[in-house]
Design a protein around this ligand. Structure first.
Ligand SMILES: NC(=O)c1ccc[n+]([C@@H]2O[C@H](COP(=O)([O-])OP(=O)(O)OC[C@H]3O[C@@H](n4cnc5c(N)ncnc54)[C@H](OP(=O)(O)O)[C@@H]3O)[C@@H](O)[C@H]2O)c1
Length: 250
């Protein structure tokens, strides 16, 4: 293998930033592309890029803007690089006024649409534009962070309609993309991952009832997910994995 490059999508904070920190510790990875939306929430990432200018390259991408996704992929190609690992860590559970719904009475079309735009459609558009970068002779990987709560078979509690449904749609998009990739880019493994409840701004307002041993630090989550990713084989493409490597029901 001549080069090994990675792209972390949604690397400004939380689990995505943790991936950039961990991937930097792997000397075989030459370039880590990292996307963020705004410098305000990306201070840690931008500091890393300043510290490792030869290995971390930051690109602005709002996942709801297909043009920015396409431009990011074109930039990487224009720099003469291909990608071996892509880890998409973008997701919203709450965003300003947008809060997870407790019941049907709280459902509104606009916030529901926002969940799907960010949590589901963005990843599908990445799958569309990443194909030329992931298609090469070496093993490549496109992993997207989903959530166990998006499992339809595992839904016994209800609530959080938009988040759940958008993660279920994400799983279907990635499963479908994995089938097309198998044909068009047979070396690429496409998976979705449940990170476990992790101490980030996303889970912060909902941590009260989480037992301490079930609330992972970002560092622990990334270590666990890297173990899962390192162990994946071609036959695993199209599956939905939990942080401990077990398969989750759809
Ligand atoms: N934390 C948990 O307990 C948990 C559990 C299950 C699943 N997950 C999933 O794990 C993933 C990572 O979550 P996290 O806990 O690390 O959350 P986080 O700290 O809030 O990070 C989310 C990332 O998504 C980015 N993002 C949000 N909207 C975006 C948009 N429109 N365009 C581009 N980037 C956008 C954020 O960028 P900004 O900094 O610009 O906002 C941030 O980089 C998510 O998919 C989440 O659903 C998390």
């Amino acid at each position: 293998m001549s080069e090994f490059n990675a792209l972390v999508v949604g690397a400004s904070q939380g689990i995505g930033l943790g991936f950039v920190q961990h991937l930097l510790q792997r000397p075989q990875i030459q370039m880590i592309y990292a996307t963020y939306r705004s410098p305000d929430s990306a201070t840690g990432l931008l500091a890393l890029a300043a510290q490792y200018p030869e290995r971390v390259s930051c690109i602005v991408v709002d996942i709801t803007q297909e043009g920015q996704i396409a431009a990011c992929c074109q930039q990487i190609l224009a720099e003469g690089h291909l990608l071996h690992w892509v880890i998409n860590c973008v997701g919203i559970l709450h965003e300003g006024e947008l809060q997870p719904e407790k019941g049907l009475r709280q459902l509104k079309a606009e916030p529901l649409t926002r969940y799907f735009q960010v949590n589901s459609i963005g990843a599908a558009l990445w799958a569309k534009h990443l194909l030329p970068l992931l298609k090469h002779g070496d093993r490549s990987l496109f992993a997207t962070l989903s959530a166990k709560i998006g499992s339809i078979g595992d839904n016994h509690l209800g609530g959080w309609y938009g988040y759940r449904a958008s993660k279920a749609a994400l799983n279907m998009f990635m499963r479908t993309a994995s089938i097309e990739y198998r044909r068009r880019s047979p070396q690429t493994i496409v998976v979705t991952l449940h990170p476990g409840t992790t101490d980030t701004q996303l889970s912060k307002p909902f941590q009260r009832n989480v037992p301490p041993d079930k609330l992972f630090s970002v560092d622990r989550t990334v270590t666990q997910l890297l173990t899962v990713l390192d162990g994946l084989h071609k036959e695993d493409s199209g599956q939905f994995f939990s942080w401990d490597g077990s398969r989750l029901p759809w």
